[in-house]
Ligand binder design. Sequence first.
Ligand code: PLP
Length: 389
Amino acid sequence: MINWQENLAYNIQQTKPSGIRRFFDIASTMDDVISLGIGEPDFITPWSIRESCVYGLERGYTAYTSNKGLLELREAITQMFARDFNINYDPNTEIIITVGVSEAVDIAMRSILNPGDEILIPEPCYVSYAACATLAGAKPIAVPTKSENEFKVTAEDLEQHITPKTKALLIGYPNNPTGTILEYDELLAIANFAKKHNLIVISDEIYGDLTYGDKKHICFSSLPDMKDYSIILNGFSKAYAMTGWRLGYALAPKPVIDAMNKIHQYTMICAPITAQIAGLEAIRNGQKHMKKMVAEYDRRRRLIYEGFTSMGLKCFEPKGAFYIFPNISNTSLTSEEFAEQLLLKQHVAVVPGTAFGQCGEGFIRASYATSVDNISEALKRIQKFLNTL
Ligand code: PLP
């Protein structure tokens, strides 16, 4: 008999399961749950994007593409970056199409990290970063950020965790779970820190198109000299409501794209051609649909921000993504207790802030990627829950 537990690979044994799942498992056993726990758009992919895939299938596009993805798609993406951020990437050598940003995070880390290398990961952050670093055999170093600074990472926070083994830094903005964006001066300080210590910066910008108000997203590699330091990750899941299509991409200097492509060709071969055809339509003609969805998220964002604030749960105004991160510490419950009791008593699902790092204690993540009616009802129920405490 094989003892499977003992025979699992060391890196897998070191990797913790995601803290989000437990709440979904409880919620799935209950009726009448309003979920503010979800991290994906409630919209269906716009029809013209779906239709392009249907036509592609009709024309018989069912084969593998080149490993790095359809050249036309790579060209469309690099042209978009030149137009929007004034950065030029070579579509032949400096971009790879991946199976979601999830794959891009994994193969970016595996391409640059050796066992023992350290990668700085500001928290709270998306759940896969530390796990992928561990799976790559490297050491994720959590860099806690401060709520009074809207959880924006600063060069001072980062300096405290630098060691001779630090090789890279991963930033994600607009941020999941806080909804924080990073502005030019804040990014410049991070860029100077990376330069000073000669660090590779992996920048997950999957929510880049989802910014609100007058602040536009700034791509990290558009900062002075940063193209040479950066691996930019982005994708279609959030902006185009395409989570199930599994489509993302990475932009980076040629040696790292070649390295990522080595892993990708042996593990994926290529991203699905159906998704790539749809992605091409999204980039070429999908902007108007995306802007409509962004306007709707913005409406919901203002509603939920006002709702939490007026019931006495302090929060800063989220400027990007579709999450809000209210402070629940005045309830004297921990984040886990708050999320669990709210779910059991009022059937509203949120995610405890600690699922995204220890410094998320005292906070919950609520997603507003759900209808205005759902948000209004959830807010009423949360108020009722607070009244019982
Ligand atoms: N990065 C962040 C910050 C996310 O929130 C998510 C999904 O929730 C992903 C990456 C994964 O996205 P994809 O669907 O492109 O794999």
